[in-house]
Design a protein around this ligand. Structure first.
Ligand code: FES
Length: 352
């Protein structure tokens, strides 16, 4: 495609921040918003520490909205993870950015790293918490590199993964959270096109707040809901959730704690219950309850990020149970070492 633009996201954002600050805007980091109350038509944002901020409008632009109201957004979006390799190659980069049309999708772009040109090879997307072992996706990207370069022509410098939310009709939700709450706006479901969709959402939201007409309001309105194709997708998404809810509860884990290698995580059975265990590189075992605190599905181990990922709506938790990504707000329940000690020294109790 012609006229492509490639941004360095941090440079782009730091410039935006400066523009906002120059106009008197303020940023409060480490201040987690958890709720929006209604006070006689005003929006009152409540922080985790109990502070309240009153405003004419509240805008939730937090990836998964920190406040869903009655919008049921977790039933109308799903989280999709994808993977990236940073590759140093002997071949000069040919210019441009590329996205394949085949499945699994792959993308190629370049970046400058430590003064050197590197290829960023991305793709292998899948629903968060579902499918094969997560390291397999990096192997898939490596196979793609093997097709692009000859054997000794490239070196993988780094790898990482990330996720974004996808709506039922693949168009972001930007606008009032529900028809009844016109002063609480959300922007979410960018489908990994955050640089363009985020900028578009900013324009739509500022038009809402200033009371100006924007011809795209209806297209992006979170309240749009037409029977075709959204309704069908809605049922399919929620069927998928129900399937994973039941599957997780029925699964009988086979791994025992003592079989875990260092830096390995797995679902285990303890006292007849499903638990998640990770043995860190120092040999310390961290055990969590695997029931997601959002809506009760069972989380799965993500070996590439060392996290517990939920197959239903994409919440992610660290191996010690803290929330990494919503919609869940509460950590997984942790089990302390007494449980492991009891387990180790009492075979009858452990059931093995
Ligand atoms: S994210 Fe909804 S049940 Fe886990």
């Amino acid at each position: 495609m012609k006229n492509q633009a490639q941004f360095h996201p941090l440079k782009y954002l730091s410039h935006l921040i400066k523009l906002i600050q120059d106009k008197g805007g303020k940023f409060y980091e480490q201040t987690v918003a958890v709720d929006v109350e209604d006070a006689h038509g005003a929006a009152v944002v409540v922080t985790r520490d109990g502070f309240r901020v009153k405003a004419n409008y509240a805008l939730a632009c937090s990836h998964f909205p920190f406040y869903e109201g009655t919008g049921l957004y977790s039933t109308r979006m799903y989280a999709s993870r994808s993977y990236v390799l940073a590759v140093k190659a002997n071949k000069p980069y040919p210019g441009g950015m590329y996205l394949s049309v085949d499945k699994p999708e792959h993308s190629i772009r370049k970046a400058t790293y430590n003064g050197e040109e590197v290829y960023l090879i991305g793709g292998e997307d899948h629903k968060t918490g579902q499918g094969k072992g997560m390291m397999e996706h990096f192997k898939g990207l490596k196979r793609f590199c093997d097709d692009l370069f000859t054997e000794n022509e490239y070196e993988i410098l780094h790898r990482w993964s990330a996720q974004d939310l996808i709506t039922l009709d693949k168009i972001p939700y930007v606008g009032p959270i529900t028809k009844k709450r016109q002063n609480v706006l959300i922007a979410t479901g960018y489908r990994k096109w955050g640089m363009t969709n985020g900028t578009n959402a900013a324009k739509l939201m500022s038009d809402y707040v200033l009371g100006e007409m924007n011809p795209y309001q209806d297209v992006f309105s979170p309240s749009r809901f037409s029977p075709d194709p959204s309704l069908k997708k809605f049922f399919m998404e929620n069927l998928d959730m129900a399937k994973h809810l039941i599957k997780g509860k029925m699964e009988v884990p086979r791994t025992k704690i003592e079989e875990l290698d260092h830096d390995e995580g797995s679902i285990i059975r303890m006292d007849g219950e499903r638990k998640g265990a990770y043995k860190d590189p120092d040999g310390q075992v961290h055990i969590v309850d695997t029931t997601c605190t959002h809506a009760g599905c069972e989380v799965n181990w993500n070996e590439s990020e060392r996290s517990w990922d939920c197959p239903c709506h994409g919440s992610r938790f660290s191996y010690t149970g803290e929330v990494l990504e919503g919609p869940a707000e509460t950590p997984l329940q942790k089990h302390d070492f007494h449980m492991i000690d009891d387990y180790k020294f009492d075979d009858k109790r452990s059931g093995y």
